[in-house]
Write a protein that binds this ligand. Structure first.
Ligand code: GRF
Length: 202
C-alpha cells in the first residue's frame, strides 16, 4: 500500500510537479490523493488536474478565522485518507491546532538553509547577508513559522553576480530533488523524530 499524500498549494506548484513526477514511478512508495489550494487560480491546480489528481479549492476568506479554515482543510484531508501532508508553496500560516493535529505528519519545503532566513524573500536576504552558501530545507511543521525538525537540506553556492532570481532558480532545482526524496524516506518509515531531531534509518 502506498502512503497517501495531500499537498497544499497557493500558486505555481513546481514542487507539487516534482512530487507528481516522483509518484509516477511504480516503485515510489507514495501517491498524491488530494491537492488543496486556497487560491482558485493557482497554476498548481492545473498540474494536479493534468495528472488526474482530485483537487479542492478552499478559500481562506470564506472563514471567520484561521482555525475554521484549517478545520475545513482537515475534513477534506481526512476524507481523502491522507497520511502525510506536504506544504508546497502554501502561503497561509497554519493554526497551532492544525500543526498539533498533524504533528510529525506535516512537512514543508523552505527556500533557505534553516534556521537561517525564515519567512519570505530568502534569496534577497541571503545575498544581502553576503552568504557564500544557500539552499533549501524540508522540515516537519511546528506552530512557529519555518520551525521544526529538519529532514533534509541541499546547499548551493551563492555566486558573486547572483540576483535573487538566479539564486532562486538554483535553489529551486535542489528543492525538486530533496522534496520527493524526503517523501520517499518518510513513506519507507525511515524518518524518526526523537527529542525534536530527525534520525533517518538506513
Ligand atoms: C518554493 O520556493 C518553496 O520552497 C516555497 O515556496 C516556493 C513554492 O514554489 N515554500 P512552487 O509553487 O512549488 O513552484
Amino acid at each position: 500500500m502506498k502512503l497517501k499524500v495531500g499537498v497544499l498549494i497557493s500558486g505555481r506548484g513546481s514542487n507539487l510537479q516534482a512530487l507528481i513526477d516522483a509518484c509516477a514511478a511504480t516503485d515510489f512508495p507514495a501517491e498524491i490523493t488530494l491537492v488543496i489550494s486556497n487560491k482558485a487560480d493557482a497554476y498548481g491546480l492545473e498540474r494536479a488536474r493534468a495528472a488526474g489528481i482530485p483537487t479542492t479549492i478552499i478559500n481562506h476568506k470564506d472563514f471567520p478565522d484561521r482555525e475554521a479554515f484549517d478545520r475545513a482543510m482537515d475534513s477534506e484531508l481526512r476524507a481523502a485518507g491522507v497520511q502525510l501532508i506536504c506544504l508546497a508553496g502554501f502561503m497561509r500560516l497554519l493554526s497551532p491546532w492544525f500543526a498539533e493535529e498533524w504533528r510529525d505528519r506535516l512537512i514543508n519545503i523552505h527556500p533557505s538553509l534553516l534556521p537561517k532566513f525564515k519567512g519570505l524573500n530568502t534569496h534577497e536576504a541571503a545575498i544581502a547577508a553576503d552568504e557564500k552558501t544557500h539552499g533549501a530545507t524540508v522540515h516537519f511543521v511546528r506552530p512557529e513559522l519555518d520551525d521544526g525538525p529538519i529532514i533534509l537540506q541541499a546547499s548551493v553556492p551563492v555566486l558573486a553576480d547572483d540576483t535573487p532570481e538566479t539564486l532562486a532558480a538554483r535553489v529551486l532545482e535542489q528543492e525538486h530533488i530533496i522534496y520527493p526524496r524526503a517523501v520517499r524516506l518518510y513513506a519507507e518509515g525511515r524518518v524518526n523524530v526523537i527529542d525534536e531531531k530527525v534520525f533517518i534509518a538506513s
